[in-house]
Design a protein around this ligand. Structure first.
Ligand code: ADP
Ligand code: ASP
Ligand code: MG
Length: 440
């Protein structure tokens, strides 16, 4: 079985949905299809939720009305027969009644999460009926019946697998199973989600849970590029990446994949293929356990990083100091990305700064604290990079015109991470693109 995930832009227009059906019909075998919400919908639902939380119901109603018009135009174009146009209208009316009901009630965090889930529920329901209209053998597979996260918001892969396998088996005679990306239930059984961009993660979790032969992520670009195409002009798609390389790129900001996507696929060795819905002939990127070594493969950047420096002469010749520092972060459930130490100081970076005031307060007991906000981690990735001769020289001579705040090398054989001010990111990414890749 193959799992195919189509992102927001791939389902965002009626002609794109029709194209997905053509594509599915030309792909042999049984498939699980994971869909995102139509492009722009989750952003609008976030806006509506924010208006309702901040007691601005009129603004929320305006957004709901505009979104409804968008969906009404969408179904008129998507469905061809009067009978299915009526089904489409019934679906849209039902969802928008729910939005108005949620908006009229006591709006809290729980209603917010329920609202956010509607984007994927409506896109899959519309797509399923489009398949019905075209007489394609298919069924809806509700993600809220099998996708779950625990009290630490971690997906429960074993439980997901236990629930999903029998569901898929009983539907053995159906060619296409359509399910929602992004949404799940949490440990109190409430509706929740896998964070923004989470449909990629859903596809990978399903692929791992049923031990699929392949997970395909269909999006609006021809695979993982060597650098961020939104910032750097001359980027190119990479044909093959290892799981480790892709995992680091996703974690360190390559937006094409949700940060955790590769983890479940890698655990069960299920290859992940990135493909372009707008250009299905393009080769895309294959992510597996194979790949060449000793080359610069790609660069990603993660913004919103805070660097914290703890300086103390008590660190000199003492043991247990680092443990005390790390314990503070552990206490506030704040993961650390980069670490750099000297005899008298340690610098760490975090991207979740919600507990920063408390962390700072407790670290003060250990030494003097300096905090730098608005930092970016640039992650240069390549399988076996550390073995490549002259690798650091090449990186640092390329980056000579930019001020670097911190460097991490040697922790993994696959990456060199560099911390700098976000204001210098664009310059650094472009310099590295010119300096590390043969662009001719
Ligand atoms: P989808 O809606 O299909 O999930 P996303 O917008 O989440 O699509 O991801 C695709 C986008 O990721 C591309 O349009 C591109 O702008 C951006 N992107 C950022 N970094 C990379 C990269 N290294 N390679 C390819 N695309 C990238
Ligand atoms: N619709 C969700 C979002 O926009 C999930 C996804 O598209 O992957 O974040
Ligand atoms: Mg995405």
């Amino acid at each position: 079985m193959v799992v195919l995930k189509f992102g927001g832009t791939s389902v965002g227009k009626p002609e794109r949905m029709r194209k997905i059906t053509d594509l599915l019909l030309s792909t042999p075998g049984k498939k699980i299809v994971v869909l995102s919400a139509l492009s722009g919908t989750t952003n609008t639902l976030v806006k509506i939720g924010d208006f309702l939380l901040s007691q601005s119901p009129e603004s929320a109603t305006r957004e709901i009305n505009d979104l409804e018009k968008h969906y009404e135009a969408f179904i008129k174009d998507l469905f061809t027969t009067e009978a299915y146009k009526a089904i489409g209208q019934e679906i849209v009316s039902r969802y928008f009644s729910l939005f108005r009901l949620l908006a009229a009630g006591r709006f809290d965090d729980r209603s917010y999460r329920e609202l956010l889930a509607q984007g994927e529920l409506i896109s899959t329901e519309l797509f399923y009926h489009h398949l019905q209209e075209r007489k394609v053998s298919s069924r809806l597979l509700p993600a809220l019946h099998f996708m779950s996260i625990d009290e630490n918001n971690e997906p429960e892969l074993e439980k997901i697998s236990e629930r999903l396998k029998p569901l898929v088996q009983t539907l053995g005679n159906v060619d296409i199973l359509v399910t929602q990306g992004y949404i799940c239930r949490n440990h109190t059984n409430e509706i929740d989600n896998l964070k923004r961009g989470g449909s990629d993660y859903t596809a990978s979790l399903i692929g791992a849970a049923i031990r699929a032969s392949e997970i395909q992520i269909w999006t609006d670009i021809d695979g993982m590029h060597n650098n961020d195409p939104r910032i750097v002009k001359k980027t190119f798609p990479i044909a093959e990446l290892t799981f480790d390389e892709a995992s680091e790129l996703a974690y360190f900001g390559a937006k094409i994949l949700h940060p955790s996507t590769i983890v479940p696929a890698q655990r069960y060795g299920v290859p992940v293929r990135l493909k372009n819905t707008m250009d299905e002939k393009a080769a895309g990127t294959l992510i597996s356990d194979k790949g060449s070594r000793g080359q610069f493969k790609a660069i990603a950047a993660k913004d919103g990083i805070t660097a914290i420096n703890v300086k103390s002469s008590r660190m000199l010749l003492a043991y247990g100091f680092l443990r005390k520092v790390f314990e503070v972060f552990e206490k506030y459930k704040t993961p650390i990305d980069m670490v750099s130490t000297s005899e008298v100081a340690v610098s760490v970076t975090i991207d979740d700064a919600r507990a920063l005031p408390q962390i700072e307060e407790e670290l003060k007991a250990l030494g003097s604290i300096e905090v730098d906000k608005d930092q970016t981690i640039i992650c240069i990735v390549g399988n076996g990079l550390a073995e490549k001769e002259g690798v650091l020289k090449q990186v640092f001579s390329t980056l000579a015109p930019v001020k670097v705040r911190m460097v991490s090398f040697g922790g993994s054989n696959n990456n060199i991470s560099i911390l700098l001010e976000t204001a210098n990111k664009e310059k650094a990414l472009n310099l590295l693109n010119e300096g590390l890749f043969d662009l001719n």
